[in-house]
Design a protein around this ligand. Sequence first.
Ligand code: SAM
Ligand code: SF4
Ligand code: SF4
Length: 339
Amino acid sequence: MAEQAIVDSLGRQLHDLRVSVTDRCNFRCVYCMPKEVFGRGYQFLAKKELLTFEEIERLVKIFAGLGVRKIRLTGGEPLVRSELENLIERIAAVDNIDDISLTTNAVLLSEKRAQSLRSAGLGRVNISLDALDDETFKAINDVGVPVKKVLDGIEAAASAGFDSVKVNMVVKRGMNEDSIVPMARYFHGTGQILRFIEFMDVGNTNAWHDNAVMTAQQIVDVINAELPIEPVEANYLGEVAKRWKYTDGGGEIGVISSVSEPFCGDCSRARLSAVGKLYTCLFAADGFDLMSLVRSESSDVEIEQRLRKLWARRRDRYSETRTVESVLRPKVEMSYIGG
Ligand code: SAM
Ligand code: SF4
Ligand code: SF4
C-alpha cells in the first residue's frame, strides 16, 4: 500500500525484488561464469545454504508490505532449482504482488514446463540468447548447447500464453556484434521483443573492459542502418530498456544502456541472493544478511523495520560514478544475484 512504501536517501521508492533461487547453472557463459573460475572444482552452495521456498515466501510478504509489487526469479539458472512452480504458487498468493517474471536461458523450458510455470502463476518470461549461429552461441555458452534448443524454449514460452516473452541479448565487442542484425531480423514481426544489453562490469571474474562495451547508441546505429527504427515513449517511469520501433510496423526492440547512459536515478530494485543476502545495487561488494534474521527469532515486524532502515540509508548509484578504479573493486558475481 502506498502509505507503507519506502524511499531511499536519493528519493527512490522500493518497487521490484529480484530473487536468485540458485547459484548453479547449466551454461558457462564466458561473460558471466567463465570456466576458469566456475570449473569442475568450483564449490557451489549446498541445498541447506539456500533460502527455502517457505523463507522466500515469508520475505516476499514482508517486501510486499514495503511497496514491492514485482518479483523476478533468476539464478544462476532458475529452472535448475527443483519444483520452482511451488515457489511461484506461493508468491502468486501474496497480496499486492501483481507481476511475477522469470529470466532463463530456456534450456529446460519444454512445452510442458512452460505450461506448468504458467499454471503456477508466472506472468512473464525473459529468455537470454546472444547469437543465432551455433558457432558463436556455443563459444559463448561454452557447454555446446545449440541455438535451436533456446529457440524451442522461446516457442514453448510463446505457446504457453505468458503475458509477454522477451529475448535478451548481451552484446560484447569481439564476441557477438555480428549477431545484432541477424537477431533483429529473426525477431522482427514476431511480437517477441528483443532487448540488447550493454556488457557490464558485474563481479570480478568476467575480464570486463570498456573496449568490450558496444554502447546503446552504437547498437541502435547498426540496426537502424539495416532495419530503420525510431524511438518510442517509455511505458512507465523507471523502465530500464529504451524502446524503439521498426518504422515498417515490424514491432519494437529495447536497448539497455546501463554503462553508457546509466539509470540509477530511477533504480527501484533490490536483489536477494540464493543465500538470503540482500543487495541494494547490482555492483555492491556485499549484501545484508537476511538469512540470519529469517533463521533467528526475529518477527516479521522486526525484519520489516530492519529493511526500512536499510533502504532509507541507500545511496547506491554505481553506474553513474563508475571509474577505472571502481571497476576493480570487489563486487558480487552475476551468478549470485542474477542480473
Ligand atoms: N541464467 C539466466 C539467464 O541467463 O537468463 C538468469 C541469470 S543471468 C545472470 C541474467 C541475465 O544477465 C542474462 O540475460 C545474462 O545474459 C545477463 N548477464 C550476465 N552477465 C552479464 C554482464 N556481464 N553484462 C550484462 N549482462 C549480463
Ligand atoms: Fe548461466 Fe545465465 Fe550466467 Fe549464462 S548468463 S552463465 S545462463 S547465469
Ligand atoms: Fe541500480 Fe546500482 Fe544499477 Fe545504479 S548501478 S541502476 S543503483 S543497480
